[in-house]
Design a binder for this molecule. Sequence first.
Ligand SMILES: Nc1nc2c(ncn2[C@@H]2O[C@H](COP(=O)(O)OP(=O)(O)O)[C@@H](O)[C@H]2O)c(=O)[nH]1
Ligand SMILES: [Mg+2]
Length: 651
Amino acid sequence: MRCFTVLGPSQTGKSTLVDKLGSLEGAAKKSVTPYGLGVAEFSFMGENWCALDASGSIEALAHTQDALLASDACILCVSPNPDEAVLAAPYLRVVEASGTPCIIFINKIDEPKGRIRDIIAALQDYCGHPLVMRQVPIREGDQIVGVIDLISERAWRYREGQTSTLVKIPEELIEREHEARAELLEHLSEFDDWLLEELIEDHEPANDAVFSISTRVLRENKVMPVMVGAASHNNGVMRLMKALRHEAPPVAALRKRLAAASGAKETALMAVGFHAYHRQNVGKTVLLRALDGGLKQGAQLGGSGLGALQEPGSGKAAGSGDQEPGQVFAAVKSDHLTAPSVLTADKAVATPDWTTAPTPMVERVLAPENERDETKLSGTLAKIAETDQGLTVTQEEGTGAQLVAVQGPVHLRDLIRTLSEVFKIAVSERPPSAAYRETITKKAEVHYRHRKQTGGAGQFADVKLSIHPNGRGDGFTFDETVKGGAVPRNFIPAVEAGAREALAKGPLGFQVIDAGVTLTDGQHHSVDSNEFAFRAAGRMGVHQALGEAAPVLMQPIYRIEFHIPSVFSGSLVPIVSSFKGQVLGFDRDDSARGWDVFRALIPGHALDELSHSLRSATQGIGWFSREFDHFEELYGKEADAIVRAHGNGAE
Ligand SMILES: Nc1nc2c(ncn2[C@@H]2O[C@H](COP(=O)(O)OP(=O)(O)O)[C@@H](O)[C@H]2O)c(=O)[nH]1
Ligand SMILES: [Mg+2]
């Protein structure tokens, strides 16, 4: 079985295209997973095919990437509008990172928005591979009515809803065709010495030879051919499918790629897990692609026996005979498997680096509506995270509540729905509270006496303490300058322990950082003094001293790394300033053409809104990763409001 992914921005006609490709020879078997991955199994000219229809939501990019893990080739479906080329940038990025051979399909050319060359040029800004036009359009007025294939030099006229008819190349296009073909040959000759010589000697290479060169060049992932069509009118669909049939590499090439990325022995690789999800009453389903024949129920895969295998398109049990290499299955009751995964019989080996999910930008605290569901919720989130790489689960500082990081609002909504519908846990969500701290700004000295008479034995401890601000990042320090055993040695650690307890919650209601405590003097009593008493004295003494040492609120500042197509770079400075951030600088992104990396420091409380602002300023494409950098003082009304809301002022 051969397998390809159709990916690209939303509304470019991917699902329509998969539909039409799948029904060239009768009906496909189709299904859609809860994460929105469409799977269509069909046959074409005597071969079995599986098309993966990836979601066009940028929040589902991790799933789209994973589909490439199972794909011999991919089709990047794009709009005919040059202004929308930037929307394809994230997809070009993952395709190039993955090394998957790719054909670009400019769809909807029944509604042309510009010249094909302009679209290609606009896409080329985001693509390191040369984009090579494989067809020139035949126009009548402002309508595209057919295409000329530049390799076979044959012309086709579109017929509504049917396969095109072969026609003569229109006179007036002959020159244009020659020009475009020369350009195609020039691109190909960069990767073929024979062709290069032919061109230098002014020979016209035979079509067969050009065809096999272009096949090899696509299989070796040197160029991206560009084809055009209108999926909903069935125009260009047969051409595209034939190109895939001739030019997409066999599954053995995928196996080789994966072996190179994981360092595993090629022949040991048996399958990839490229998608997983949970369904009510069924449990976990993992979509697998066999890299070899012989995958069947009970066979050893990834260290354990395989559960039942189904056809993913129809959900029917897969036949029990020997399976063909490259076949796609849905595995149920194989809980040891996950996705993305690259599997030998014994284990899961390393998945390629490019399968790492985009950093989730939005953080939310989830709480069960019913308190009894607390443990169930944490277990379930861990389970879901196994099938959803775009999700990370941690715990909120302070409260210990479940803190999820998700790709965006749609992802969050889907997660909450899955929790409720599949796992029967109703949850509410709220933004996490930023992790505030406080520190002191001046020295203070106190004398504190802890004395209690309770029945027989009393308690007595007397301490003199001084407290002072430490340098930023120096944390808590404790010293003593006690002379003559005024506080006996063995009680000094108790004073320190008490001081630490006091710092856990300062006068404003937050943890106190960067403060130093010195025990200078004190008194003890031979009968009534003990560790407990000195600990209490340390705690109460420091508590009192903090109040006199001018405490100030500290807010967390994060180092943010934005990833955005360069065209949007100009919009970032105003965004950073609007959140009182500080721009650190920006560079070209060496790993993706047409992208910039932009660094800034941003206060923690702004990160939630920052993700909205970034998405709306970059047509949904930009993302950022965060890393805690330091704490910074915050004064005035803003600080007062935070203390009222989250600190000691809170009700
Ligand atoms: N005019 C035109 N519309 C198309 C074409 N292909 C798809 N569409 C329409 O574009 C819309 C989005 O298509 P869909 O396949 O759902 O896009 P997806 O989001 O990429 O899967 C639908 O209304 C389709 O009918 C096409 O070639 N020409
Ligand atoms: Mg779709």
